[in-house]
Design a protein around this ligand. Structure first.
Ligand SMILES: O=c1ccn([C@H]2C[C@H](O)[C@@H](CO)O2)c(=O)[nH]1
Length: 140
C-alpha cells in the first residue's frame, strides 16, 4: 500500500454527488434482492455519470450500480475519474462488492469513494483502502 493521502471528492461537488447517488438509487431495478443501490461517478473533467443496480431473472446477469455508472462514462469516452458516491438503503451505508472494486481499479488506483446512507450522510474512503494489493493493468 502507498502512503499517499486519501483522494477526496472536491467540496464543490460533494453535495451534488451525494444527491445524484441517492436519486440514482430510486431507479434501481432490484425485484429479487430488493437491495437498492445508486452510484454517482465524477469524471476528471467534472461530469457526473449515475448508475443503479439492474437485476435479472437469470440472477448472475445482474449488474451493480457502480459498474453501470462506469460503463456509461467509459462508453461516452471518459477514462479518468476523481471519485464515486455509492448510496444504499442501509443506515450504516455499504461498500462496493469485489467485482466492482476490480472493475474500478482498471481506471486507476486514485479513486475517492463516498459511502452514502439514506439520510445523505457520507463516509469517505478510497479504492486504495478498499482494495489494497489489487491485480491491475500494471501486472500484465
Ligand atoms: O457493490 C454493490 C453490491 C451489490 N450491488 C447490488 C447487486 C444486487 O442487485 C444487489 C444485492 O447484491 O445489490 C450493487 O449494486 N453494488
Amino acid at each position: 500500500m502507498s502512503d499517499s493521502p486519501r483522494p477526496e471528492i472536491p467540496e464543490t461537488h460533494k453535495a451534488d454527488m451525494i444527491q445524484a447517488s441517492l436519486k440514482a438509487r430510486e431507479s434501481s431495478y432490484s425485484p429479487y434482492s430488493k437491495f437498492r443501490v445508486g452510484a454517482a461517478l465524477l469524471t476528471q473533467d467534472k461530469k457526473i455519470y449515475t448508475g443503479c443496480n439492474i437485476e435479472n431473472a437469470s440472477f448472475g446477469a445482474a449488474i451493480c450500480a457502480e459498474r453501470t455508472a462506469f460503463v456509461k462514462a467509459v462508453s461516452e469516452g471518459h477514462r479518468e475519474f476523481i471519485g464515486i458516491a455509492v448510496a444504499t438503503d442501509r443506515a450504516d451505508a455499504s461498500s462496493p462488492c469485489g467485482i466492482c472494486r476490480q472493475f474500478m481499479r482498471e481506471f486507476g488506483p486514485h479513486l475517492a469513494v463516498l459511502l452514502v446512507n439514506p439520510d445523505g450522510q457520507a463516509t469517505p474512503t478510497s479504492l486504495a483502502e478498499l482494495f489494497p494489493m489489487a491485480f491491475s493493468p500494471d501486472d500484465l
